[in-house]
Design a protein around this ligand. Structure first.
Ligand SMILES: C[S@@+](CC[C@H](N)C(=O)[O-])C[C@H]1O[C@@H](n2cnc3c(N)ncnc32)[C@H](O)[C@@H]1O
Length: 288
């Protein structure tokens, strides 16, 4: 199986135009958060964030397959003592353009820095917004199942009468559960909260996310040989993981240094993964 990785150097608002309609299975990305890290790779004013992002999300809507998903890692920053609503405004604007805001996952950062602030606590989570073109999209839930956990041994040891029948929700939601069904299972579906530490090893980017984050979503929303896109690639965490999981991938970054860096890393990984195969150089060089 030969997997391709394409690295494009430039503004993704323009570079995305080079991609085919309905061609991408998963977009997983973390754009610059408003005004943050403006000294390292530029920042967008919170009041201008929606206007800046909409042309990009329109292009993503065009290139994503009808069965694909778009996961946007983002968090609103504090401006003048309150959370700026640009993320909320962006969700509403994207819905107007045809996106469905299907789900919101939470990345719980298990090791966020301790600290003391006068009016709030340590920020320990970020949003991962899921957008889709259609209500029916591909999702491989079995790929991210987790062990049932020790609580089950205690909870399932002595089952009550109600535990052995389908117990309908008291609030009339239509949901119900039969606890006894779980006695035969070792693995369960996860929640929409992902508990993982922030990146400690990757020193190539000031805002890299941990590999476990794209890994979870790539497993959930794609199969081998599907196409994963990160239009704000940075040090290429998404691209590296996609490559290791044998997904095709495209990474875009406005800074040439990141494109060169990721090309080199993918080269090295290819050496590890495909020791005996001949490398296809043209697919891995940054294009201007
Ligand atoms: C938050 S970082 C991404 C970090 C990445 N997830 C990683 O693990 O390394 C955002 C990246 O977007 C890039 N960027 C900013 N504006 C861009 C644009 N208009 N088009 C493409 N890349 C852009 C920056 O150079 C930066 O590397």
């Amino acid at each position: 199986m030969k997997i391709f990785t394409k690295i494009l150097n430039g503004n993704c608002a323009k570079k995305l135009k080079e991609l085919e309609n309905d061609s991408v299975d998963l977009v997983f990305t973390s754009p610059p958060y408003a005004d943050q890290r403006k000294n390292t790779y530029g920042g967008i004013k919170p009041d201008e964030y929606v206007e800046w992002f909409l042309p990009i999300s329109k292009e993503i809507l065009r290139v994503i397959k009808p069965t694909g998903s778009f996961i946007l890692n983002i968090k609103e920053r504090v401006v003048n003592g309150e959370r700026h609503p640009y993320v909320l405004e962006l969700i509403l604007a994207m819905r107007k353009h045809g996106w469905l805001w299907t789900e919101e996952f939470i990345w719980h950062k298990k090791n966020s820095y301790p600290g003391k602030w006068p009016n709030r606590f340590r920020d320990s989570w970020e949003r991962l917004l899921q957008f889709n073109k259609n209500r029916k999209f591909k999702m491989y839930q079995e790929a991210v199942m987790v062990p049932m956990g020790d609580w089950a041994k205690i909870r399932l040891k002595n089952l009550s009468k109600t535990d052995k029948i389908r117990d309908e929700s008291k609030v009339g939601s239509g949901f119900g559960k039969n606890i006894s069904n779980w006695t035969k299972r070792d693995m369960v579906y996860p929640t929409n909260v992902i508990h993982t530490a922030t990146e400690c090893n990757n020193k190539n980017h000031s805002a890299a996310f941990p590999e476990s984050l794209p890994e979870w979503f790539i497993n959930l929303f794609t199969k081998k040989e599907d196409l994963v896109l990160d239009p704000f690639m940075g040090s290429g965490t998404t691209i590296k993981v996609a490559h290791l999981l044998k997904r095709n991938s495209i990474g875009i970054d406005i800074q040439e240094k990141y494109c060169t860096l990721v090309s080199t890393i993918i080269d090295q990984k290819e050496d590890l993964l495909f020791k005996k195969s001949k490398k296809n150089e043209t697919n891995k060089k940054p294009r201007g």
